[in-house]
Design a protein around this ligand. Sequence first.
Ligand code: HEM
Length: 239
Amino acid sequence: MSWQTIWRSTVGKKVIMAITGIGLMLFLVVHLIGNLLLFVPDGGESFNKYGAALKSMGPFLYVIRGGLLAFFLFHIVAAIQVYASKKRARTGRYAVESSKGGPSKLSVASKSMIVTGVVLLVFVPLHIWMFGMNKGAPPPTVMIDGAELKDIYTMVATSFNQLGIVVFYVGTMLFLGFHLRHGFWSALQSLGAMSPKWTPAIYTAGFVFALLLAGGFVVLPLYFYFFIDAPVASAGGAL
Ligand code: HEM
C-alpha cells in the first residue's frame, strides 16, 4: 500500500494519528522525567547540567527535534482532516447523538478532543518561546564546574513565581490530561490493539497514564509558586 493511499483514507489517517500520538506521548514521558530534576534541592545545578547534556548531543538533537516537529504536524493535520470529514458525514444526518455503549464514544474527553488539541496547539509554541527562547531575550547563564551554562532553572523558577503563568500552566495541563486520557485508548483502538477482554484494563491504564503525566506537569508550577523563591538571574534578561 502506498503512502498516498494510507494518507487518503480515514483509517490510514487514524493510524498515522495513533503512531504520531504515541511518539508525542513518549516525548512527554521523557520530558517529565527530565523536569523532575527541578525538584533536586541543589539550586538548579542538576537541571542545568541536564539541559547542557541535551545540547551537547549536537546534530543528533536537531534530528530528534525535526522528528518531533514532523510528528506534531502530521498529528494535527490528520486530526483536523478526520474531524472535518466526520463533521461533514454527520451534518444533517443525526438529530440526536447516541452512544454505542460502554464508557467510550461520547465521553467528555472524546467529544472535546479537538478543543483540548487546539489548546495544546496554542500552548506548545508559547511554551517554547518562554522556556526554549527566553521570550526572545538572551537567556540567563550560570557557571557550573567552570563552564558557562544556560540557566534554564532560573528561567523556570522565575516564570513559575508569577501567578498568571502558574494559572496558565495548571489550566492547560488539565486540558492535556483529558487529551491524553482519550488519546491513549483511541491510539490503541486505531492500531487494532483493543480486544473486549482488555478494554476495561486499557481504559484504566489510559486514565492512570493521563493522571500521572498531567499531574506531574501540574505539580511543578505549584511547587515553585508555593515553595521556591525565584533566584536572581546572573546574566540575560526578560524573565
Ligand atoms: C511544568 C511543565 C513543564 C516544564 C517546567 C517544562 C520545561 C521546559 C524547558 C525548560 C524547556 C527548554 C529546554 C531547553 O531549552 O533546554 C522545554 C522545552 C520544550 N517543552 Fe516543556 N516543560 C513543561 C511542560 C511541557 C508540556 C506539557 C509540553 C507539551 C505538551 C512541553 C513541550 C516542550 C517542547 C516541545 C519543548 C522543546 C523541546 C526542544 O527544544 O528540544 N513541555 N520545556
